[in-house]
Design a protein around this ligand. Structure first.
Ligand SMILES: [Zn+2]
Length: 99
C-alpha cells in the first residue's frame, strides 16, 4: 500500500503536473522512475503494448511498475505506457538507450 502525497490527484493528474517537452522533438513527455530506480522519459499517451504502468506517485516523482513482472496483479485495463525512446524521431541522438 502506498501513501500518496497528492491524495486528490489521479495518476493522470500526476502525469499532467510533470509533463515536459522532449528536448529533441518537442513531444510532450514525463519523466518517471523504473522499478530499477532509473529515471526515463515516457510518452504521455498510453500505448496498448506499453511495458510499464503507473505504480505510484509522490510529490517528487512518478514510479513505474513493469507489466511483465507484475502482470498477475495489474488490471487488464490499466493504462500502459512506453518509453519515449521508442517513439522519438530523434531517438538516435539520445545518449542513454532503453533496453
Ligand atoms: Zn523526442
Amino acid at each position: 500500500m502506498h501513501a500518496h502525497a497528492f491524495e486528490a490527484l489521479t495518476a493522470a493528474d500526476a502525469i499532467a503536473a510533470r509533463t515536459v517537452r522532449c528536448t529533441s522533438c518537442n513531444a510532450p513527455i514525463f519523466f518517471a522512475r523504473t522499478p530499477g530506480n532509473r529515471t526515463i522519459p515516457m510518452d504521455i499517451a498510453p500505448q496498448p503494448q506499453g511495458r510499464y504502468y503507473i505504480a505510484y506517485w509522490t510529490r517528487s516523482h512518478i514510479g513505474l511498475g513493469n507489466i511483465a513482472t507484475d502482470q498477475a496483479t495489474v488490471d487488464a485495463d490499466e493504462p500502459r505506457f512506453d518509453t519515449h525512446f521508442v517513439s522519438c524521431p530523434h531517438a538516435s541522438t539520445h545518449r542513454r538507450r532503453d533496453k
